[in-house]
Design a binder for this molecule. Structure first.
Ligand code: FES
Length: 125
């Protein structure tokens, strides 16, 4: 079943919530189960200064969301982009096979939020 790390992040999720006037927002839905995750970013000097998430999903989705926020806080946008769904699952000590699709939400929502930030930058010049 779940690793200790998964259980820890599921029971005590880090960085849950919203950021007011975020610099980037990413929202993705899981096509397999219909669960949804939203990520909010505060960016300063090309670094992720703050990150929060809201997940309407299963325990594995909450744990992966929580883990991804811990992995990227303080990182540059380039470093954050390199985080994949696999990186997140590995950082959690693995996920049961039938739960691997749940890890897709976390990195995808992060990448969507970074893309949103870049789009906003272009618009504001
Ligand atoms: Fe939907 Fe896990 S069952 S994200």
């Amino acid at each position: 079943m779940y690793s200790e790390k998964v259980m820890d992040h599921f029971t005590y999720p880090r960085n849950v919530g919203e950021i007011e006037n975020p610099d980037g927002v990413g929202e993705v839905g899981n096509t397999v189960c219909g669960d949804v995750m939203k990520i909010f970013l505060r960016i300063k000097d090309d670094r992720i200064e703050d990150i929060k998430f809201k997940t309407f999903g299963c325990g594995a989705a909450i744990a992966t969301s929580s883990m991804v926020t811990e992995l990227v806080i303080g990182k540059t946008l380039q470093e954050a982009k390199e985080i994949s769904n696999k990186t997140v699952a590995e950082a959690l000590g693995g996920l049961p096979c039938q739960k691997m699709h749940c890890s897709n939400l976390a990195a995808d929502a992060l990448h969507a939020a970074i893309d949103d930030y870049h789009k906003k930058q272009k618009v504001s010049g």
